[in-house]
Design a protein around this ligand. Structure first.
Ligand code: AHR
Length: 505
C-alpha cells in the first residue's frame, strides 16, 4: 500500500486559475476540421454544415480559448484564401501535412462555430513563409471596424462587426527544422519583435504570444527562449511552451511520471524569462502560454501515417488519430495537475488538439462522435478548477524511474474558490500495482462536506473507447472517501494507475 499526505490551506495560494488554462487547439490537419467539426452531409449537421453532436461534446468538455488555424499548417497558410465566396476559394497544397486544403472552412466559418461552442479565438499568424505586412493585413481585416480596404472587404464578405480578436500567436514552432521558414532564435526574435510592434501600432490592446521551444528536448531549448525574449520582451505578453509525451520502449513507470518533465520545463522557462526581466531591469512579467500539450504517439505518425508522393495530396486524410488508453488518460490528468501547480505563470494553455487529431473527441463520417479516455480528466478539471490554485505540501512514497530519477507515487494539486465556497483536489496514483491511501488535512478549511469524488481507472489500463465500444471507459464514483470530523481530515483510496477529482464544499 502506498501512502501520501497533503494539506489544504486557502492561504497556500499559487495564483488565480485563469479560465484560459482550459483552452484547446484546432488545426487544419487531418480530419480535425473536415469530417470533424464540419461535415455538411452528417445527420446532425446544422445549416452551416457543423456537426451538432460535436458542438455538444465541445461544450461538455468546457473549452475556453481555441488556437487556430495551426500549428505547422499556419507556416504555409495564406489567410486571404480562406475568406470570400467559397466557390472562389483556391485549393492549396498544405506542405506541413502533405494534404490538400480546400479552404471550405475559413476565418468566418470558424468564428461562427466558436460562437456556437462559446469559446474565444486565439489566432496564429504565419511568420514562416510570410511576414509583418501579411500579419498587419489580417489584423486590419479582423479588428478594424470599417472604412479601409481590408475591413470593407470583411464587411463585403458578410461580417459587419469586427471580429475583435484579442490573442495572437506570432508564428508556430519557429525553432523546429521541420517548420516552413524555420529561423535561428536571433532572426525569429527580430521578426517577432518587428511584427509585434507593428500589430500593436494598429491595435494596442492585443495580447501577443512569442514562440518558445517546441519541446524541452530541443537542442536550442533555453538559449532559444533567452535570445527570443531579449528581442521581444517589451513587445509580447506570453512565451509559448509545447510538450507531448508517449510511453517509450515499454517504460510505463517513466511515462506515468511525464508531469515531472512538464514541471521542470515550465520552471526552466519561467527562470529564463525572469533572467531576461532582470537583465532589462523590467517591471513587466512574461507568462507562459502552454499552447500545445498532450499525449501523442509521434513515432506512429512517422512510421504509419506520414503521407508522401508528388501526386498524393489527399483532402482531410486520417492523420494522428491516436486512440487513448486509461494509462494515457492518467498521464494526461497529471499534466493538468502540473499546469494548475504553475497557475501563477501558466495563464493560458491549449490542449492539442480537439477533434480526431490527437483529440479527446473522435468522429466517424456519417456516424458517431464519442469521448476518448482523455476527455474525462479535462472536462472535470475545467469544470471544478476555479478560484485559486493551492500548493498542497505533499509528502508521498516514491518510486525509481529511468527518465526522472526518484518520483512521488502520488501527485496532487487543489483549487479553492472563495466565491462559491468550493474546493477541488486533483490526484494521481502512479503505482502500477498498489492502491494509495491519501490523508488530506483540512483543518484550515474548517468543516467540509464531500460533494463528489470521481476516479478514472480500469483493471485493464490499456482499455480505451473506440467506434465499436464508445463507452468502455469512463469516470466512476470513488466510494472510499472517509471524513473524520475529529481530526478534520479526509482519507481517500486511489487505485493503481488512476486519476481522481474530489470536490468539497
Ligand atoms: O499538434 C500537432 C503538431 O505538433 C502541430 O502542428 C505542431 O505545432 C506541433 O509540432
Amino acid at each position: 500500500m502506498v501512502t501520501a499526505r497533503l494539506t489544504i490551506d486557502p492561504q497556500f495560494t499559487v495564483g488565480t486559475v485563469n479560465p484560459r488554462l482550459f483552452g484547446s487547439f484546432v488545426e487544419h490537419l487531418g480530419r480535425c476540421v473536415y469530417d470533424g467539426i464540419y461535415e455538411p452531409g452528417h445527420p446532425t449537421a446544422d445549416a452551416e454544415g457543423f456537426r451538432s453532436d460535436v458542438i455538444e461534446l465541445v461544450k461538455e468538455l468546457g473549452v475556453s480559448t481555441i488556437r487556430y488555424p495551426g500549428g505547422n499548417f499556419v507556416s504555409g497558410f495564406r489567410w486571404e484564401d480562406s475568406v470570400g465566396p467559397r466557390e472562389e476559394r483556391p485549393r492549396r497544397l498544405d506542405l506541413a501535412w502533405h494534404s490538400t486544403e480546400t479552404n471550405e472552412v475559413g476565418l468566418h466559418e470558424f468564428s461562427s462555430w466558436l460562437e456556437k461552442v462559446g469559446s474565444e479565438l486565439m489566432l496564429a499568424v504565419n511568420l514562416g513563409t510570410r511576414g509583418t505586412l501579411e500579419a498587419l493585413d489580417l489584423l486590419e481585416y479582423t479588428n478594424i471596424a470599417s472604412g479601409t480596404a481590408l475591413s470593407d472587404r470583411r464587411i463585403a464578405n458578410g461580417r459587419t462587426d469586427a471580429f475583435g480578436i484579442g490573442m495572437w500567436c506570432l508564428g508556430n514552432e519557429m525553432d523546429g527544422p521541420w517548420q516552413l521558414g524555420h529561423r535561428s532564435a536571433d532572426d525569429y526574435g527580430k521578426l517577432a519583435s518587428q511584427t509585434a510592434k507593428a500589430m500593436r501600432q494598429l491595435d494596442p490592446s492585443l495580447e501577443l504570444v512569442v514562440c518558445g521551444s517546441s519541446g524541452a528536448s530541443m537542442p536550442t531549448f533555453g538559449e532559444w527562449e533567452r535570445v527570443v525574449l531579449t528581442h521581444t520582451y517589451d513587445d509580447v505578453d506570453y512565451i509559448s511552451c509545447h510538450a507531448y509525451y508517449e510511453e517509450k520502449n515499454g517504460d510505463l513507470g517513466s511515462f506515468l511520471a511525464s508531469a515531472v518533465d512538464m514541471d521542470r520545463f515550465i520552471e526552466s522557462v519561467v527562470a529564463t524569462a525572469d533572467h531576461v526581466k532582470a537583465v532589462k531591469r523590467s517591471d513587466k512579467t512574461i507568462n507562459i502560454s502552454f499552447d500545445e500539450w498532450n499525449v501523442w504517439y509521434l513515432d506512429r505518425y512517422q512510421e504509419v501515417d506520414k503521407i508522401e508522393g508528388i501526386d498524393n495530396w489527399p483532402v482531410a486524410p486520417r492523420l494522428l488519430e491516436d486512440s487513448y488508453s486509461v494509462a494515457d488518460a492518467v498521464v494526461f490528468g497529471s499534466l493538468l495537475i502540473s499546469l494548475l501547480k504553475h497557475a501563477d505563470r501558466v495563464t493560458s494553455a491549449s490542449l492539442a488538439q480537439l477533434v480526431n487529431v490527437i483529440a479527446p473527441i473522435m468522429t466517424e463520417p456519417g456516424g458517431a462522435a464519442w469521448r476518448q479516455t482523455t476527455f474525462f480528466p479535462f472536462a472535470l478539471t475545467s469544470r471544478l478548477a476555479t478560484g485559486s490554485a493551492l500548493e498542497v505540501r505533499l509528502t508521498s512514497d516514491t518510486y525509481a524511474t529511468d527518465a526522472y530519477g526518484e518520483v512521488d507515487l502520488v501527485d496532487a494539486v487543489a483549487t479553492h474558490d472563495e466565491a462559491t465556497g468550493t474546493t477541488a483536489v486533483f490526484l494521481v496514483n502512479r503505482s502500477q500495482t498498489e492502491h494509495a491511501t491519501v490523508t488530506i488535512d483540512l483543518a484550515a478549511l474548517g468543516g467540509v462536506s464531500v460533494r463528489d469524488a470521481q476516479t478514472l481507472t480500469d483493471d485493464d489500463i490499456q482499455a480505451r473507447n473506440t467506434l465499436d465500444d464508445q463507452t468502455r471507459v469512463g469516470l466512476r464514483p470513488n466510494t472510499s472517501v472517509v471524513v473524520d470530523d475529529a481530526t478534520t481530515t479526509i482519507t481517500i483510496t486511489l487505485p493503481p494507475v488512476s486519476w481522481t477529482a474530489l470536490s468539497l464544499s
